[in-house]
Design a protein around this ligand. Structure first.
Ligand code: ZN
Length: 589
């Protein structure tokens, strides 16, 4: 369809007709987007090249699926089986219970650790046994590669090379120099220089702080355990120790105060205050697993606006990470009302164990709020045309704006009193723990920033610099470019066996190719927008309404920059983000 010339001409005739001006902004936007997408799909090309384009698109889809399957197979297949409980010193009770459950499910005695993220990340943060941490790190960081314990078994090396080659050819077929330029044709950022400048600007302002933070971890490892050479599999462990020492709490301390039902009820009350919407559970909707629940949303006029499924806990063979997706999109139904949008909200939290309710860490709560922000963007839209309704038609670098915006509410005392309550006593998050949490908010933000910038610069340069002529000779370009990026970004030395790129699914099996920078780009929007709430009051209904009308309801109809300006009264600046991360203040100090 996207290569059909007659269709292209028909749609082009709409834009040239005098009636075009009478169309609604949504209708105009759809036509403009369509014409752009026709060109990106190669509608102008001669028949043989059109055919080539279709073949490449199909090939790309297959390659990305294969990449993703390899990552999943590698993640599922490796386990660490321990029978001696003395080896598990340091592990918190809930993680220990999960390891026991994992073993039981496999008919084994003792404890089993998997590469599912909750199991893996908790183990490397807490296990005192350095050798076990190393084994886990090695298996995790070499998934689907030529290295590590599963070397060559689900190796993505050749698949990544092919993905880059296909993307490059697609971009060149329709007149771009490379895939990075092709990617920007549908984004808020306009040129590769603009993106790289933006990322390097953040890097320059964060790197020194990241180095200082790393040095602090190194010093602690030396003073606690006389560790002379800190390895990457030690960093999470000693960072956790440093955090405990500095702030005397760990993420695990939060779990009792964040039982899932309390968090959900509080989050729903919070969006009621902001936007006047009402959320309630619908028990008569069919679900695919007993953990899954369904909720509906009504607005302040009691009109149905949408609904969503939530599927919160990790289980075998479930796709990892946290994400949302559309189940149904808002649309007109043949003149008889509208179909309401439905979303999926998916997380991989540690499942409830042994009669306890599901208990979340503060990080989990942030994740939940983030994904819920995406869901609200999808569900609160007032646009009746699917291609520009909700999250559709929104440029990738603005799509994380509403989700990152929601995270701000996980740090405010006023909202925490809504979402927290001890699962036994109902006691809200104690002030002492809150004060520590706020003090720790900026813990290692420099390291986190630099890590995200490394991913973003790697992804962008990969799609900007990839050269098919160099393909197949010597070390893969993915590795060469990553090594080169790390020269500037790396604060923590990475072992030669690390194959992070082989499970970088956002970029190789998702929609973030030459677009991973979008997370940071959108953070600038979200932190600057939230600054307005800080000025007006975080539950200020008028500001909430303005945010809902200008951002959440608009879908992809309005240019994100003009929507932002309509809400904020000016263009966004990088300063609110640096301040939010505590980087500005510490640079000055
Ligand atoms: Zn997101």
């Amino acid at each position: 369809l996207s290569q059909n010339e007659k269709l292209f001409q028909a749609i082009q005739s709409l834009i040239r007709s005098p009636d075009f001006e009478m169309l609604s902004p949504a209708q105009k936007k759809i036509i403009e987007n369509d014409l752009r997408d026709f060109r990106l799909a190669g509608v102008h090309l001669p028949a043989d090249q059109k055919e080539r384009m279709a073949t490449l698109q199909k090939e790309l889809t297959q390659l990305m699926t294969k990449y993703s399957e390899n990552v999943m197979d590698a993640t599922q297949s490796w386990t660490l089986h321990i029978t001696d409980p003395y080896q598990l010193e340091g592990l918190p009770p809930q993680a220990l219970q999960l390891a026991i459950d994992n073993a039981k499910r496999r008919g084994l005695e003792g404890y089993v650790f998997t590469l599912d993220y909750p199991s893996y990340s908790t183990a490397v943060r807490f296990l005192r046994d350095r050798e076990l941490r190393k084994q886990l790190y090695e298996a995790y960081s070499t998934r689907a590669s030529d290295q590590g314990p599963m070397a060559g078994k689900w190796d993505n090396t050749a698949i990544m090379e092919k993905i880059l080659k296909v993307r490059h050819e697609i971009a060149q077929l329709v007149g771009f120099k490379n895939y990075a330029e092709y990617s920007l044709a549908t984004k808020m950022a306009k040129t590769p220089d603009e993106v790289l400048h933006f990322l390097h600007d953040l890097l320059i302002r964060s790197k020194a702080i990241a180095e200082k933070e790393y040095e602090e971890v190194r010093q602690l490892a030396k003073s606690l355990d006389n560790l002379s050479a800190l390895e990457i599999w030690d960093v999470s462990y000693y960072s956790e120790k440093l955090q405990e020492l500095k702030f005397k709490f760990s993420q695990e301390d939060f779990r009792p105060y964040f039982p899932i039902q309390k968090v959900l009820d509080g989050m729903f009350t919070l969006v009621n205050k902001l936007y006047g919407i009402h959320i309630r559970e619908e028990k008569n909707i069919e679900v695919w697993h007993p953990h899954v629940r369904f909720f509906s949303i009504h607005d302040d006029k009691n009109e149905l606006r949408g609904g969503f499924y939530i599927d919160l806990y990790a289980r075998p063979h479930k796709r990892d990470g946290a994400w949302m997706d559309e189940c149904r999109v808002r649309r007109l139904l043949d003149g008889k009302g509208i179909q309401h949008p439905i979303a999926y909200l998916t997380c991989n939290f540690m499942p409830p164990v042994d009669g306890l309710p599901g208990l979340l860490t503060h990080d989990d709560v942030l994740t939940l709020f983030h994904e819920f922000g995406h869901c609200l963007h999808h569900m609160l839209t007032k646009v009746d045309y699917p291609s520009v309704a909700g999250i559709n038609g929104v440029p990738w670098d603005a799509v994380e704006f509403p989700s990152q915006f929601m995270e701000n509410y996980c740090w405010e005392k006023e909202s925490l009193s809504l979402i927290s309550g001890h699962y036994e006593t109902g006691e809200p998050l104690p002030d002492e723990l809150y004060q520590k949490m706020i003090a720790a908010k900026h813990f290692q933000t420099g390291l986190q920033m630099v890590r995200q910038l490394e991913f973003a610069i790697f992804d962008f340069r990969l799609h900007l610099e990839y050269d098919p002529a160099k393909s197949g000779e010597g070390e893969p370009q993915t590795q060469l470019i990553l090594n080169d990026v790390r020269k500037n970004t790396s604060v923590i030395p990475v072992p030669a066996f690390n194959r992070f790129q082989h499970s970088f699914s956002h970029v190789f099996a998702g929609s973030y190719a030459a677009g991973y920078y979008s997370y940071k780009w959108a953070e600038v929007l979200s932190s600057d927008a939230y600054a307005k709430f800080e000025e007006q009051g975080i539950f200020d209904r008028k500001t909430g309404r303005a945010f809902m009308e200008n951002i959440l309801e608009m879908g992809g109809v309005r240019d994100p920059m003009s929507a932002f300006i309509a809400f904020r009264g000016r263009e966004p600046t990088i300063d609110a983000l640096l301040k939010q991360n505590g980087i500005t203040k510490r640079t000055a100090a």
